[in-house]
Design a protein around this ligand. Structure first.
Ligand code: SF4
Length: 224
């Protein structure tokens, strides 16, 4: 097969996202939140934890602490207790308090609106910052998680393992206004169909554009 040109790869990427939109129009962020503060906290808590578990813990947390100042004034111990069902809760409680203190001190209690500013908060990496900036403030971002990295490699849209480099490659294939939606669609595709250990290629809505259709998962999938 002839080597794919950059233009052909862009067209294929666009077809993939179009097909996913048709197949899973219901794809949306699975974390429950009512405002940007709650979104930031839910995303921080979701690192290496399921969205389902985070959604079980956050209603009581959000009812008790309503502003960044509330979290900043809380003891680390109280925050630990409130989120102790979630993995890495000690670190997360520490980061949560430190992030809220910084938001109160540096931003007057308001959540920073850019990905760059969000990333300066303790416990907030580039991926978390991208998710919050996109969903809360409409920023163009294509944060790369485990699902997206795996699928991008299976689709031969990147060869990179590093999430930041995968994001760079994906962003080069789609216009900025499609990045955020594509991020959500590919995550859902990874949860439902292009599963790490047993991709459902026979039922895949983008098989026609997948160069690895029928792939043996263990050979090509490297979970981070
Ligand atoms: S054809 Fe298989 S490997 Fe390719 S995207 Fe679909 S499920 Fe994943």
């Amino acid at each position: 097969m002839a080597r794919e040109t950059k233009e052909q790869k862009r067209e294929r990427a666009a077809r993939i996202i179009d097909a996913l939109e048709v197949a899973i129009p219901e794809a949306k962020i699975a974390l429950d939140y009512g405002n940007e503060l709650e979104l930031l906290i839910a995303v921080m808590l979701s690192a290496q934890a399921t969205d389902v578990l985070v959604n079980k813990v956050t209603p009581a947390l959000f009812a008790r602490y309503r502003t960044a100042a509330d979290y900043a004034a809380a003891s680390e111990e109280a925050l630990r207790e409130a989120i102790r069902r979630i993995g890495l809760f000690r670190n997360k409680a520490k980061n949560l308090k430190a992030a809220m203190e910084l938001i109160v001190r540096e931003h007057g209690g308001a959540i920073p609106r850019t990905r760059e500013a969000l990333q300066t908060l303790p416990g907030v990496g580039w991926k978390t910052a991208g998710v919050v900036a996109h969903h809360a403030f409409g920023a163009h971002a294509f944060p790369v998680d485990t699902h997206i990295g795996r699928i991008a490699r299976r689709l031969a849209l990147t060869r990179e393992e590093d999430p930041d480099k995968v994001e760079r490659d994906l962003c080069a294939l789609l216009p900025p206004e499609r990045w955020g939606r594509a991020h959500q669609l590919v995550i859902w595709h990874g949860r439902r169909t292009c599963i790490a250990q047993r991709p459902q290629c026979d039922a895949c809505p983008i098989a026609a554009d997948c160069l690895r259709v029928g792939v043996k998962a263990k050979r090509v999938s490297k979970q981070r």
